[in-house]
Write a new protein. Structure first.
Length: 280
């Protein structure tokens, strides 16, 4: 019997119009939909007139329910997994179901769509070529400080997910670890009516939320660490030629001496060769 396919279906992060045609079709066609919060997902399914059976799959039941879903897939049923918003498998238990499916030799297929982290990144004005998704920081202050300290020198834009009741304390901790002058952007209520991007530094964001109570779910982005490149000191051409001459006097063939000097000095072999030619 052919095994079923596990579909990872992205759902809107706010605006229901962001649902894709393919996601609607897949959710209509699968045997069952595994949802992080069935009450939340039922509203989405109702909006699109989808009547596929719905079961819960979340952090507290993933051990038992995960095995049940794998059994369905092994029996040839197609299963879709959705999170409350965005792409399942990112900062939710969908990742655990994917591991089980991969280990069981089951096909896992993405149904792409909205992602809060990427949506905020492309609108942030920060570097979007290289970035590191961190997600939610640990709950305990000690572990948060340890993780933030490990991220201080990362030369990529950092992407965090944060709740409104923690963002002020998180920004204060970031000021202590990163310093207040590093650029930062907070995106809130993305794709919704009150969508907003607050741009500035870690310090100015902290001051902003001290005066304006934070509301809604946040994506917090922090500027990449600056890389200080130390330029090597230029090597004088006469030094290169002298080094080659010294090796030749010790019995090393000139061709080998040129290669060895280039390797030792970290310069192109051609440059050493030209220095030798100038001496002759």
């Amino acid at each position: 019997m052919n095994k079923g396919t596990l579909y990872l279906c992205a759902t809107p992060i706010g605006n229901l119009e962001d649902m894709t045609f393919r996601a609607v079709r897949i959710l209509q066609e699968v045997a069952v939909i595994a949802a992080e919060d069935t009450r939340h997902t039922r509203k989405l399914l109702s909006h699109y007139n989808i009547h596929t059976p719905l079961i819960s799959y979340h952090e507290h039941n993933k051990a038992v329910r995960g095995e049940e879903l794998i059994a369905r897939l092994e029996a040839g049923q197609d299963v879709a997994v959705v999170s409350d918003a965005g792409l399942p498998g990112i900062s939710d238990p969908g990742a655990d179901l994917v591991k089980l499916a991969v280990n069981a030799g089951i096909i896992v297929s993405p149904v792409p769509g909205p992602s809060a982290g990427l949506s905020a990144l492309v609108c942030s004005g920060l570097d979007s070529e290289r970035f590191l998704f961190v997600g939610f920081l640990p709950k305990t202050a000690k572990k948060r400080r340890e993780l933030l300290a490990a991220l201080v020198s990362v030369p990529y834009t950092l992407i965090f997910y944060e709740s409104p009741h923690r963002i002020m304390s998180i920004l204060k901790e970031m000021m202590l670890v990163f310093g207040g002058e590093r650029r930062a952007v907070a995106g809130r209520e993305l794709t919704k009516k009150f969508e907003e991007f607050i741009r500035g530094t870690i310090e100015t964001l902290s001051s902003h939320f001290a005066q304006d109570t934070p509301r809604g779910e946040f994506v917090l982005l922090v500027e990449a660490a600056t890389i200080h490149v130390i330029e090597p000191e230029p090597v004088a051409t006469d030094d290169l030629a002298e080094a080659v001459r010294a090796m030749v006097e010790q019995g090393v063939m000139k061709k080998d001496a040129i290669r060895l000097v280039a390797l030792e000095r970290g310069v192109p072999k051609r440059e050493v060769y030209q220095a030798v030619l100038q001496e002759t």
